[in-house]
Design a protein around this ligand. Structure first.
Ligand SMILES: C[S@@+](CC[C@H](N)C(=O)[O-])C[C@H]1O[C@@H](n2cnc3c(N)ncnc32)[C@H](O)[C@@H]1O
Length: 388
């Protein structure tokens, strides 16, 4: 029995959340940025797309079409039987069967030749190759789950994993890649930045954000039966949804993370951004010795203490320029850094001016008292490397 028939309600809900298909242009834009930094990023590498039906996924299509230009050694792609669209996407015919298969498959390509003699090597050549060599499609008895034994065996062979994995399994996915010490370029949700098991990797510079700025949000193709979507793509007629919280996560080096961020001085901030004559240039937390910097644009060049910045700072993060000290979502980490509990006095003053958030006196969240008591969410605590 195919695994898809066993998908329960919980799994189905998770699967629904996971059915966001990446656009070719977004993959191209991101990959090109790595090539600009190092044209040999993918040369002689085995690239594995492990959540990708080869004939549905633009990851497979992109790497197959650019196989020779990138100098790949091998391209592997495995599809997942639990996908609600499994079996719908096989758009080529077997020689001996016209039936669609809903079983998960693995495809391994060692070369892409110009089989249709049109002077180029592209996805049409891959399609022809697979039609002529049906044995290159191997049925996966484990249903194509990236955690299954056969997919993990393929993972071990791979050098770089590139895909948009199911968001509901993101932590598990990243931990598997790390366990096998793989290079990767994957799409995830920006909320994952502060997850307890993702943040330490960011802090230790084992994982960072990709090149595409995550403030822009990305559009993904979604299944035809979805009622809620953003628009219909004019070219493909497919439904598209916007996910404002998507970003690329990687451990491949790229140029943007070596560009220093332009900074202002404390005096500049007082003069140009704030114009608050006679006041301090930056607010200071009431329960921790650090300043609040509401946007990366206002990070001062001449402050040598800890600064709280929004997570969007990571779009500009250069590890040679800054050190990431902590993440305000992690209360244990906050306690370790010396953040004091908000305290009863703070909570009473907060309630007195109408604050309705569910805060309590023992919470170690970052608090401001000026102009009135408020709690500051989701801050990364950073400091200058050189000044520190
Ligand atoms: C966010 S979608 C992206 C699909 C494709 N990688 C792309 O970018 O267009 C995630 C895909 O992973 C599949 N998937 C869900 N759970 C999986 C698992 N345990 N192992 C492998 N793939 C899985 C889903 O069915 C879905 O097709």
């Amino acid at each position: 029995m195919s695994k898809s028939m066993n998908v329960g309600l919980g799994a189905a809900k998770a699967a629904k959340k996971d059915e966001f298909y990446t656009q070719y242009i977004d993959i191209q834009k991101e990959v090109e940025a790595y090539l600009e930094f190092d044209p040999d990023t993918f040369r002689d590498q085995i690239v594995y797309c492990n959540c990708d039906d080869p004939f549905e996924s633009n990851f497979f299509k992109f790497f197959a079409a650019n196989f020779n230009r990138l100098g790949l050694k091998k391209l592997i792609s495995t599809s997942y039987d639990g996908s609600p669209i499994a079996g719908e996407q096989l758009r080529f015919k077997d020689k001996d069967s016209e039936e669609k298969s809903s079983e998960a498959i693995a495809i391994e390509m060692d070369e892409v030749l110009d089989l249709n003699n049109d002077g180029a090597t592209d996805i049409e050549d891959v399609r022809l190759f697979l039609e002529q060599n049906p044995h290159r499609r191997v049925i996966l008895s484990g249903g194509g789950d990236f955690r299954s034994e056969e997919c993990v065996e393929l993972l071990k062979k791979a050098d770089i994993v590139v895909t948009n994995p199911p968001f509901s399994l993101f932590k598990e996915y990243v931990s598997l890649l790390n366990e096998h010490d793989k290079k990767f370029l994957i799409i995830g949700n920006t909320n994952a930045i502060t997850y307890l098991d993702i943040f330490p990797l960011i802090q230790s510079n084992e994982l960072w954000l990709g090149c595409t700025n995550f403030n822009v949000g990305m559009f993904f193709q979604v299944p035809d039966h979805w009622e809620k979507y953003h628009h219909i793509d004019e070219e493909t007629g497919k439904k598209m949804a916007r996910v404002s919280t998507s970003c690329w996560y990687t451990n491949l080096d790229h140029g943007r993370r070596h560009q220093p961020l332009n900074l202002m001085t404390v005096a500049d901030n007082l003069k140009y951004s704030r114009g608050l004559k006679g006041k301090e240039a930056y607010d200071r937390y009431c329960n921790f010795d650090a300043i609040e910097v509401g946007t990366y644009k206002e990070i001062p060049s001449d402050y040598d203490g800890i600064m709280g910045v929004p997570v969007t700072f990571l779009n500009k993060y250069n590890p040679e320029q800054f050190e990431i000290v902590g993440n305000s979502d992690d209360s244990e980490m906050m306690a370790g850094l010396g953040v004091e509990p908000l305290g009863q006095e703070f909570i009473e003053a907060y309630r007195a001016h109408g604050g309705t958030g569910h805060y309590s006196a023992n919470m170690r969240m970052l608090g401001l008292t000026s102009p009135k008591e408020r709690v500051i969410y989701k801050r990364l605590l950073i400091r200058h490397r050189k000044l520190a």
